[in-house]
Write a protein that binds this ligand. Structure first.
Ligand code: HEC
Ligand code: HEC
Length: 258
């Protein structure tokens, strides 16, 4: 071996070392920066994140990743849910709970809906009116097949569908407003109650099916109690916040970047 070859080899090694060191420094710097960003997102109000760049961009990128891994299987890759499986559309401005704020969604992500978590939502479910005892938590009478048809006629007419007998609609209205107790959860204007997750029944938007006679009758005869899992154990607080901000960003009012 000559002296020149040794020098050439060590110079190459020296350069390689330098490049490697620079790469490690750059990676550490970037990592540190994103960790910093994440800490920052935990300190601010989740609503504020949507209004401030670059916080919004960081949260949306991380949130989209969490969404794909943990939510898309039920809510759909496009977040439009499934009316067959009664999974709500999260891209419209119709909310089962609250008004679609990031903080409200974060609460749902952490503690779920009917997920057995005492801090989650579980204030009411849709009774099964075909059972002798429709609902365990409140005394309600079952509906007879004729009564059920009348309630369906009332709701169909209230959604602008013609072809129902006036008397049937009136009998259905009385069941809704009085005897069957529907008003108690869905309110007496049938516009629902977002504090207990009772959907609006006159907005033409349906959680289960598409508001046909058969779909409404199915819900009345089977009840409905959708479950969104609690992720407080499965996700870090940051990931839960990021996915909540991501889902909030899908709503029409917040979709545009600041
Ligand atoms: C196992 C299926 C499933 C998974 C996984 C799931 N959800 Fe849900 N989610 C549901 C169902 C079903 C409902 C409707 C609950 C109801 O009817 O009250 C729901 C409701 C919601 C709502 C309320 C929507 C509204 O209109 O008020 C939000 C917000 C939500 N989920 C967010 C998420 C997020 C974010 C994730 C992922 C971290 C997630 N869900 C994972 C099934 C799921
Ligand atoms: C104890 C409260 C309660 C009562 C009483 C009640 N509901 Fe409901 N109802 C709910 C809840 C909560 C949901 C949503 C369930 C879910 O999200 O999984 C619902 C869902 C529905 C749906 C499905 C809506 C959609 O968008 O697909 C229909 C239809 C409905 N209810 C009609 C009625 C009628 C008619 C009555 C009376 C005969 C009635 N409900 C009584 C709580 C109630």
């Amino acid at each position: 071996m000559t002296k020149g070859m040794i020098t050439g080899g060590s110079r190459l090694l020296w350069w390689m070392g330098l490049v490697l060191a620079a790469a490690i420094m750059a990676a550490l710097f970037l990592h540190h920066r994103s960790v910093d960003n994440r800490m920052l997102l935990m300190r601010v109000d989740p609503e504020a994140i949507l209004d401030s760049d670059p916080a919004r961009a960081v949260a949306l990128a991380d949130g989209a990743r969490v969404y794909a891994a943990h939510c898309a299987s039920c809510h759909g890759v496009d977040a439009k849910g499934s009316r067959e499986r009664a999974v709500p559309d999260m891209t419209d401005d119709d909310f089962l709970y609250g008004s679609g704020k990031a903080s409200e969604i974060e609460q749902i992500v952490l503690h779920g809906i009917r997920a057995g978590d005492t801090r989650g939502w579980d204030l009411a479910a849709m009774p099964n009116y075909a059972r002798a005892v429709p609902y365990a938590r409140e005394k309600l009478p079952p509906l007879t097949p004729a009564g059920l048809r009348d309630v369906v006629a009332f709701l169909r007419a209230a959604n602008g569908n013609g072809g129902y007998e006036r008397a049937a609609i009136e009998r259905g209205r009385l069941l809704f407003m009085r005897d069957a107790g529907c008003y108690d959860c869905h309110s007496s204007d049938a516009q629902g109650d977002p504090s207990i997750g009772a959907p609006n029944l006159v907005d033409g938007k349906w959680l289960k099916g598409n508001g046909s006679e058969a779909d409404i009758a199915y819900t009345l005869e089977h009840g409905l109690a959708g479950v969104s899992p609690a992720f407080a154990r499965a996700l870090s607080p940051y990931d839960a916040r990021a996915v909540a901000v991501y889902v909030a960003s899908l709503h029409p009012q917040t979709r545009a970047a600041p």
